[in-house]
Ligand binder design. Structure first.
Ligand SMILES: Nc1nc2c(c(=O)[nH]1)N[C@H]1C(S)=C(S)[C@@H](COP(=O)(O)OP(=O)(O)OC[C@H]3O[C@@H](n4cnc5c(=O)[nH]c(N)nc54)[C@H](O)[C@@H]3O)O[C@H]1N2
Ligand SMILES: Nc1nc2c(c(=O)[nH]1)N[C@H]1C(S)=C(S)[C@@H](COP(=O)(O)OP(=O)(O)OC[C@H]3O[C@@H](n4cnc5c(=O)[nH]c(N)nc54)[C@H](O)[C@@H]3O)O[C@H]1N2
Ligand code: SF4
Ligand SMILES: [Mo]
Length: 696
């Protein structure tokens, strides 16, 4: 066992799938025990602030239910009957079964499946090295960012923007389609600083009066999937009232005259009927961002989880172009900085081994894939083996009825490498115990900021837990997969990656804990031009040429509006399904992570459905009643909570509870869809038409 120092406060990085990617300071009590976790004050985006669930991380890392040993299934799938086996037995069996499946059905019958349970580059993405070396089926990762990134890049040409710390220097922070009080506390921290120090206004736009809207000066609650209409009406007012920066538009935009003409009919009255907002609210918002040039649009993922999400986030990003806000410190639009890092991940991901002929299966369609949907399988053979790291699809993926049916297949060999016995691990043939972030070394980047960060091993893992990298390398050996990366340590991979990318060395990074790689002001504010060849922002994007996917066009992409608009392709309520459901994030969970920690469970209580009191009355539902929520995909049971911070006809189930936490054992993703939103796919988790009945 490695000797670890007995030091009080050591640096680390939060590895969870969160744009804040906080720089941490961990109290290390001894070689295997931690105390309190705090935000690092030296890193200027984190600025000492982290969320409560990570502050109490001792609960998760020292949880009595951590998986400690490899397990083999002994009863029927999903029965929970497992026996303890050794690592060698586990790895040998996986090797044997994968090779046999490959021999009989071809390499594409094996599907390595992963996501961002850890955001560390080595531990998250190393699975792709095994995939590529073996020509296993590819994964088209659609579950989170696809619609949002597509929509943002459609205008700017690049996934980057002004330094997010500039929020604190803004005169108006517009928090749009994200609930940072729950999902990324640091946004709130910098926005509130701007209000305190310079009297900035905070606008927050969501579909219910959530914890962020409660703190806003101008909270706007609109109907789901109508943000494009709001953006158009705001721009109509900006042109009408002389707040458009015509000089800037002439220099930096593609089609300002066409946009202005198009917007002539997109009046606040027009938008009122679509969004449910009042004319006064729209006018007030437009005047605010028209008169305060330093307006910072912090655009989230949430409003892009609609079938028209790409169009809506693009429409929102057009506003600072009309006002010219991009030119000012504290102005412009920011969604993600993922475009600034330009990592050379050749060794981590084994990119030299990529075979473009191997099929790419859509992550969000795992239910369809496993139940033999020919289109989802790209007309190829069935998936016979799954190797899963860093994700919990049996809770988080849409179309759960298909997902569960697929995982229950007796002819499917499933390996799950996990920290806990998740609902996915429960369906496995072999379960492998994984380290947590403080138990291994890795490299991190901020999506919502601009730091490269080092998270070194601080404590020894419990039991026989192994890191993702160790498991991938051990499997590679048994599977005859060859690549230089399998013979390297995480530190060596990080050092090579940093050097190749031109970001110094491991030694330098470890010495500093993090490096600030924010591009210069003119680049970040697109003053040298937007990310297109002509340097002009696209009001009229060519949706077939957004550089965010090589997977081709999907969904009703032929019908995409050419200019910002309300695009009516959402699941509109109808007679059979009078309500629209969104599955917004719960504060004390992070997707399905932290659903295992007692404090988070206690704070969240039970799976609930927020319902407008008048809607509840019409349904004969009282607070605390069980309700059944359904659509053609299935049904789920929740406890009714009456809340008037909703537009009538809209309901919210803060998520993601395990399926098993619901009466009947069906979770919220039973009723979400896996159809692909245009133009490049994604998952429309907040766009569901449903019916509601009082449960019997
Ligand atoms: N506590 C907590 N933190 C998290 C997560 C979590 O589950 N819980 N998840 C993590 C992950 S993986 C991600 S990707 C990020 C995502 O974080 P965000 O960018 O905040 O995105 P979402 O969590 O999907 O949703 C944010 C908000 O969008 C709202 N919304 C839904 N539809 C619409 C719409 O049509 N218009 C508007 N204006 N708003 C809409 C929802 O009600 C919700 O309040 O958060 C991360 N952080
Ligand atoms: N209804 C609804 N569904 C949603 C969403 C929604 O808003 N509504 N949001 C969607 C979004 S944005 C996302 S990103 C997905 C996320 O869904 P997931 O990617 O499944 O995220 P988590 O539920 O956090 O599960 C991550 C798992 O990885 C494990 N893990 C963490 N670190 C490691 C490690 O180092 N090694 C190994 N082997 N395992 C590790 C954790 O224990 C945890 O069980 O969910 C999507 N699903
Ligand atoms: S806010 Fe996000 S990145 Fe920061 S500690 Fe919490 S989960 Fe981690
Ligand atoms: Mo996500």
């Amino acid at each position: 066992m490695t000797e670890l120092p007995r030091i009080a406060r050591l640096p680390s990085v939060c590895p969870h799938d969160c744009p804040s990617a906080c720089s941490l300071e961990v109290e290390v009590i001894d070689g295997r025990t931690i105390g309190r976790v705090r935000g690092n004050k030296r890193q200027s985006y984190t600025d000492g602030v982290i969320c409560a669930k990570v502050a109490r991380y001792a609960e998760r890392i020292h949880h009595p239910d951590r998986l400690l040993h490899p397990l083999r299934r002994t009863g029927p799938k999903g029965s929970g009957a497992f026996e303890r086996i050794s690592w060698d037995e586990a790895l040998d069996e996986i090797g044997r079964r994968f090779l046999a499946i490959e021999a009989e059905h071809g390499a594409e019958a094996v599907w390595p499946y992963y996501y961002a349970g850890t955001m560390g580059l080595v531990m998250r993405d190393g699975i792709n090295r095994l995939r590529h070396a073996k020509r296993y089926s590819g994964q088209f990762s659609t579950i989170c960012t696809t619609t949002a990134w597509t929509g943002f890049i459609a205008g700017t040409g690049r996934l980057a923007g002004p330094d997010p710390r500039e929020m604190a220097k803004s005169d108006c922070v517009v928090i749009w389609g994200t609930n940072p009080v729950h999902t990324q506390v640091n946004v709130m921290h910098h926005a509130v600083k701007a209000r305190k120090e310079r009297g900035a206004k905070i606008v927050a736009i969501d579909i219910y009066r959530n914890a962020t809207l409660d703190q806003a000066d101008l909270p706007l609650v609109l109907k789901p999937g109508t943000d494009g209409a709001l953006a158009c009406a705001v721009m109509h007012v900006l042109f009408r009232d002389g707040h458009a920066d015509r000089d800037y538009l002439a220099r930096f935009a593609d089609a300002p005259e066409e946009l202005e003409a198009h917007l002539a009919t997109r009046t606040p009255e027009w938008a009122t009927a679509i969004t449910g907002l009042s004319v006064g609210e729209i006018e007030e918002f437009a005047t605010l961002v028209g008169t305060r040039k330093k307006s910072f649009f912090r655009l989230g993922y949430g409003f892009a989880r609609q079938r028209n999400g790409a169009v809506n986030i693009h429409a929102a990003s057009c506003i600072p172009t009309v006002t010219g806000a991009w030119q000012h410190e504290g102005g412009g639009a920011f969604h993600s900085n993922s475009g600034i890092y330009k990592w050379r991940k050749g060794l981590i991901e084994g990119l030299d081994k990529v075979d473009r002929n191997v099929r790419q299966l859509d992550q969000s369609q795992i239910g369809r894939v496993l139940t033999g949907d020919a289109q989802a399988l790209r007309q190829g053979g069935p998936v016979k083996a799954l190797f899963i790291q860093n994700t919990n699809p049996v809770t988080v993926a849409p179309e759960q009825e298909l997902v569960k049916r697929g995982f229950a297949r007796d002819d499917l060999f499933t390996v799950v490498h996990e920290q806990f016995m998740t609902e996915t691990a429960q369906m496995a043939d072999i379960v492998l115990p994984a380290t947590q972030f403080m138990e291994h070394d890795d490299l991190y980047q901020g999506g919502g900021h601009q730091h490269i960060m080092w998270g070194g091993k601080l404590v020894n893992p419990p039991g026989e837990c192994r890191s993702n990298h160790e498991v991938i390398c051990a499997l590679a050996q048994r599977l005859g997969a060859e690549h230089r990366g399998f013979g390297m340590t995480p530190r060596e991979l990080v050092d090579w990656t940093l050097r190749e990318t031109g970001r110094g060395t491991l030694e330098e990074l470890v010495a500093n804990d993090f490096i600030d790689v924010q591009p210069d002001f003119e680049t970040a504010h697109y003053l040298k031009g937007f990310g297109w060849r002509d340097g002009r922002f696209r009001f009229k994007p060519d949706w077939t040429k957004v550089p965010n996917s090589n997977e081709g066009l999907v969904g009703p992409h032929e019908a995409l509006p050419s200019l910002p608009d309300h695009w009516d392709v959402i699941e509109q309520a109808d007679e059979e399904h009078p309500f629209r459901l969104a599955t917004s994030p719960a504060r004390n969970f992070l997707n399905s992570s932290f659903t295992e920690t007692p404090t988070s469970q206690k704070k969240e209580g039970a799976p609930t459905l927020m319902l407008h009191p008048l809607d509840a009355a019409a349904l004969g539902v009282a607070a605390g009643d069980h309700v059944t929520v359904g659509n053609r995909r299935g049904t789920v049971e929740l406890d009714a909570v009456l809340f008037d911070g909703l537009v009538r006809g809209v309901v919210i189930a803060e998520s993601i509870w395990p399926n098993g936490a619901h009466r009947g054992g069906r979770g919220i993703n039973t009723i979400t869809g896996a159809d692909s939103p245009a133009p490049y796919g994604g998952a429309a988790f907040h766009d569901n038409k449903v019916w509601i009945r009082k449960a019997v």
